[in-house]
Design a protein around this ligand. Structure first.
Ligand code: ATP
Ligand code: MG
Length: 282
């Protein structure tokens, strides 16, 4: 059964004005239980628009978003619940922090879900553990933290609501390699422990290749490809035409395969490359 599904989904900004811009056009797709979905696409291709449609922040002009087979806009009164069930961290979430302390920032969601004080405390501590934030940060101002820590606080704030679907819109953009690696590990750990659907938007193909079960490729508001990462990254020429690249390791192994005239198999991760080298070249 699909957890989340899009049917003929359309959304335009500034409708009926000379500034009208199409966010997404006729999107159809289904995401199954337990999957990590990577989303790639050139800037302005509609990734964030799709994320906001899934979370009910914006309403489709046409078509439906179905969460567990129910149209999320069927009953307007339920849309708040959808924000809790489909948790979304925005691009640069640190710009939207407002809590006086890390505790208050992370607790905001669970408090709005109507949980008791004790339940909120548990949710905050659990979320901080997932996001690898030490308890010593609880009473610090989120504004005094490092960029990586702020990003972790924002992610913890969403995890604390225990969403069925977690959407992360470029969670590692602009971070140093160590912070980036830490956030990727936290995402994988969260997935291992909960099995919840994760939608991960990124411009870093290596990260997409490493963690995704399936990858969506967006271009000019359209969903162009939706397939296993090996199948996506074996279509290098088509991706290049959309301004996208394949992971570095894929390019290197392709070159080696061509040079040695080995039948091509798409390699997308460093671990995959090691296996391929041992299998074909040792
Ligand atoms: N608030 C807005 N008002 C008007 N147009 C918008 C708005 N947000 C997005 N758009 C337009 O909708 C289209 C899709 O934008 P979207 O932000 O979804 O792309 P994206 O794939 O997330 O890009 P990026 O990789 O830069 O984050 C673009 O043409 C963009 O200019
Ligand atoms: Mg975006």
């Amino acid at each position: 059964m699909s957890v989340i599904r899009a049917e003929n989904l359309f959304y335009c900004y500034n409708k009926g004005t000379s500034f009208e811009r199409c966010g997404v056009k006729d999107i159809n797709l289904s995401i199954e239980k337990g999957q990590i979905i990577g989303v790639i696409g050139h800037t302005g291709s509609g990734k964030s628009t799709l994320a906001q449609l899934f979370n009910g922040l914006i309403k489709p002009d046409k078509g439906k978003v179905l969460l567990n087979d129910k149209n999320i806009w069927e009953d307007f009164a339920d849309i708040r619940q959808v924000h809790f069930k489909v948790g979304l961290t925005f691009q640069y979430p640190e710009h939207q922090m407002f809590g006086e302390t890390v505790y208050k920032d992370i607790a905001f969601g669970p408090i709005n879900q109507g949980l008791s004080g004790q339940e909120v405390d548990i949710r905050v501590l659990e979320a901080m553990m997932f996001a690898k934030l030490g308890p010593e940060l609880l009473n610090r101002s989120p504004f005094d933290l490092s960029g990586g820590e702020k990003r972790r606080v924002a992610i913890a704030g969403i995890i604390a609501m225990k969403p069925e679907v977690l959407i992360l819109d470029e969670p590692t953009a602009g971070l140093d390699p160590v912070s980036k690696e830490g956030i990727l590990n936290s995402i994988c750990e969260y997935h291992r422990q909960t099995g919840n659907v994760i939608i991960f938007i990124s411009h870093v193909m290596e990260d997409i290749a490493r963690i995704s079960d399936k990858v969506m490729v967006m271009d000019k508001g359209n969903l162009i490809m939706y397939d296993a990462p090996e199948n996506i990254f074996s279509r290098r020429e088509e991706l290049n035409k959309m301004g996208l690249e394949v992971p570095q390791v894929t390019k290197i192994i392709n070159k080696v395969h061509n040079k040695l005239d080995i039948k091509h198999k798409c390699v997308i991760t460093v671990d995959g490359a090691v296996e391929d080298i041992i299998e074909n070249m040792c």
